[in-house]
Design a protein around this ligand. Sequence first.
Ligand code: WTA
Length: 677
Amino acid sequence: MSKKEAVETSESQIAVHWEEEQYFYPSPTFVGQANLTDESVYDRFSLDNFPECFHEYAELLDWDKYWNKTLDTSDAPCWKWFTGGRLNVSYNCVDRHLAKNANKTAIHFVPEPEGEKIDHITYQELYIRVNEIAALLRDFAGLKRGDRVTIHMPMSAELPITMLACARLGVIHSVVFGGFSANACADRIVDSQSRVLITMDAYYRNGHLLNHKVAADEAAEISAKQGQVVDKVLIWQRYPGKYSSKTPLVEGRDVIVNEKIKEFYGARVKPESMKAEEPLFLMYTSGTTGKPKGCQHSTGGYLAYAAGTSKYIQDIHPEDVYWCMADIGWITGHSYIVYGPLALCASSVIYEGVPTFPDAGRSWRIAQDLNVNIFHTAPTTIRALRKLGPDEPAKYSFKFKHMTTVGEPIEPEVWKWYHREVGKGVAIIVDTWWQTETGGFLCSTIPGIKPMKPGSAGPGVPGIHPIIYDDEGQVIERGSGRAGNICIQNPWPGQFQTIWGDRKRFVDTYFSRYCKNSESKDWRDWPYLAGDAAMEAEDGYYRILGRIDDVINVSGHRLGTKEIESAAMTVDEVAEAAVVPVAHDIKGKEPDLYIALKTGVQPSVELQEKISAAVCSQIGKIAKPRKVWLVPDMPKTRSGKIMRRVLGAISNNKDVGDVMTLANPDVVEVIKGMIKN
Ligand code: WTA
């Protein structure tokens, strides 16, 4: 695809645009208690002080052995941070807090049914449970340092416990979002070559106890067909002591963790002393092609960055009760429910279910009852909470000092409601821009230093130096307000190390476009291409405009258009499929699916439903198309490329522009007519 076409099909063309807004300032009370109020931090983390500045983050951790090289660039652009250093992540998130804070709550698990008791797990209890499951994984499942394990679990306390147990052993976890289908889970099992799958029997969502174990059976079956045999399925029980799934256990393969673990009561497992650059986990994300990419994150650099940004941008103190509503199955949950907050000895809330179940006040009751003072969610949830219960927050007595938004651009109107109603006019907001690949925040205001500006993420966080290029590779002047492709000039410790098993794709996707010299071992030659369009205002604040590649952001979740298209193509009758993002007032974007049927196949409602069902079963319900349009033909260029830009304009009721250069301009009117009716 030529560069011009890549930009033409971009989502930023139909992104929301808004005016620059006025600043909002943090209150003196907030600033008085903030972890970071010293503006010299920007000098300390300037490019002149790179990479040594990141010592400050690494110092937040306990090291078995100090590093001797801060940044090793010898294998550019696969950077290695803190080489020579050794540490263990579970030790840093659990053991080291016991001396002073054994009885402090580490995790508050809130079940969706309101009548069920909240589970308050102390650091001491976390320590015991992590050790016991680590012993089971090692001695029963035979897992050892460097092995991969796939975890397909819902929001539960057992999920972070299992992750921390893997980290204790040096086992690389690959957590798959619980809402993903068995197919999606199988793809990840195969790609990561996992022979152990960890799951849960059931969980609550919207008032229903869903059978989750069934997905494990299907996933194991699909992955076996692709040559990856799962020989153990470990099943946690939603209600310990009771099996809550209708799906029978498979003899010889399935084991109930809650029973097996009795053999390991009291077990203690010495934390493996990991090299800083050994992988901690894989997190799969969508990209331009159909196959999800396994982003490989490191041990030392990742944890240092998650802890540092949690401390300075989220302003987490050990005495805070912190609630991030994301799912642990996404990067936000890894960095900012589990690893960052626990490394800092905070109390982290995990909520099982839907924020508006059984009513729009639920989230605020949880916040009130647990005394949550730091809150973190996505614009899609804020929009939903606002729509369903604009006046609900005022009815409850919770008081946030700090709130985060993440995952997609937030409209200034929604931002102001969040500030006024949820933050009760006093909480500060950070709009954090980052990605699965980046491990932690890239752009945000520092809450005690910089004022907030609705609709803009803010400047690069300490040690992150963005730069915007145009399509021709020229740098766009700083502060000019002109949009282009945002890159980061320098590496940082939280950055992923590679794509699991596909270094070439890693280099091609993220570096080759603006690399100055592909032989170079100097980081200055390797700007990181984030894949978003952005502009920088005069004050140095960045506004993110949306993806420049074929990725759609639905409710803050990344979906590859190619993934959805190839799911649709699994239906026999489908000849061609094209997906475009369409604006939605709560989800941000939704996929609209255009289908050309094979010759001779008649369009029907049944076929539309069949195609939609195929997408849900291949990927998950989050990918469900708004509509499946069965069109007589796709608008195409003369070289036969589907013009998604034209379809995108039609779906969004925008001007389609000049279509006369298309091979089949007439079809545009036909499709427009279909969509109007
Ligand atoms: C988008 C989620 C605007 C962006 C942490 C990015 C945002 C993609 C913001 C990554 C924000 C994330 N403002 N857009 N504050 N945060 N994005 O990998 O397009 O699920 O590239 O990571 O979400 O999504 P991912």
